[in-house]
Design a protein around this ligand. Structure first.
Ligand SMILES: *Cc1c(COP(=O)(O)O)cnc(C)c1O
Length: 341
């Protein structure tokens, strides 16, 4: 299979149309058998439920080439389960988890020539999603849905080293108590757009959201979970019902405990204790971990001892270990690496 002529290392994070996508339709109470198609365009009613009432959910997964030339994805079974949880909360039909993993594999296989070669730092980003497509005007769930998967090649997240970022404590919320913060719904992102544009306009890279009920506890950013390192090298991550359970964060916690022998804690994290941590990172599929150097709380700065020039030592070690597991240079726990064949 010949690779596309793409400057992999200089790709950004943008949509590049690839050859094939997968679609399956839910109608009259069941999913059809699904197929790979060529057409990237979706035609739907002007009154489609997704357009009027935002009934849509998604996932994000990466496919990449390992050191021994295999094309693999990372723990897609966890994305499949999370997608099922998202569907239930949004009154959408569950797409069976085995079919989810199978559809992901099929689309990657069909777009193999877009999977970046080992060593480029680039990956093939996979986007499974589902939305209500029939016309809905009185507020209720749709009755017809499309489940789709497309892929797009994306460049290395950090070009020329991972520089720590500066974030601010947001006055906007991303999720309501007992709302939809714990599922991957498009509406959570719609909610966060104004906050992120405002943060960027004020010179910050990201928003730190606090719990909307008491504004005293750390939740997450718009699209990544927090992981903190204490001064005595313990790993701490916030626990809350309105945080999206990141696959990357859960994997990093496992790596910290079982590969690096560190103590790990998932618990409520009060904003007041953040100033006492040694390192701070943001976890998500795209970056694995990106280091946070500074947090601005309404003009008061918290500067982590790891500074603004480089990643702290423990976050760096965690990142190296997990990327090693992903790329096949470090042995992976059973079932983490799923080969596309
Ligand atoms: C997708 C997402 C994450 C990261 O999850 P991963 O499974 O690690 O990619 C974190 N927070 C939010 C709000 C998300 O939507």
């Amino acid at each position: 299979m010949e690779k596309k002529n793409i400057d992999w290392s200089n790709l950004g994070f943008g949509y590049v149309q690839t050859d094939k996508r997968y679609v399956s339709t839910w109608k009259d109470g069941s999913w059809d058998e699904g197929q790979l198609i060529d057409d990237p365009v979706i035609t739907m009613s002007e009154c489609a439920c997704v357009l009027q009432y935002a009934q849509t959910i998604f996932e994000g997964i990466k496919a990449y080439t390992t050191v021994d030339g295999k094309i693999v994805t990372f723990r897609p079974d966890l994305n499949a389960e999370r997608f099922a949880d998202s569907a239930k909360r949004m009154e959408m039909p569950v797409f069976p988890t085995d079919r989810f993993v199978d559809s992901v594999k099929k689309v990657v296989k069909a777009n193999e020539s877009f999977v970046p070669p080992y060593g480029t730092g680039a990956t093939l980003y996979i986007r499974p999603y589902m939305f209500g497509i029939n016309p809905v005007i009185g507020v209720k769930p749709a009755e017809e849905f499309q489940y789709r998967v497309f892929t797009t090649p994306v460049g290395p997240y950090f070009k020329g080293g991972a520089k720590p970022i500066t974030i601010r404590v947001s006055d906007f919320d991303r999720a309501a108590p007992h709302g939809t913060g714990h599922i991957k719904a498009g509406l959570n992102y719609a909610m966060s757009l104004h906050a992120i544009v405002d943060a960027h306009n004020k010179g910050f890279d990201e928003n730190m959201y606090l719990d909307p009920q008491t504004r005293t506890k750390v939740e997450e950013t718009g699209g990544a979970n927090f992981l903190f390192v204490t001064k005595d090298n313990k790993i701490v991550t916030p626990k809350s019902d309105s945080i999206l359970p990141s696959v990357t964060r859960r994997s990093l916690m496992y790596v910290a405990e079982h590969y690096l022998g560190l103590e790990v804690e998932q618990r409520e994290v009060y904003f007041d204790e953040v100033k006492d941590f040694a390192e701070c990172g943001l976890c998500g599929t795209a970056a694995v971990i990106s280091p946070v150097g500074k947090i601005n709380d309404h003009g008061n700065e918290i500067c982590f001892p790891s500074g603004m020039d480089e990643m702290g030592p423990t976050i760096s070690k965690l990142r190296e270990t997990l990327t090693g597991i992903q790329m096949g240079t470090i042995e992976a726990p059973e079932g983490w690496i799923v080969e596309i064949d």
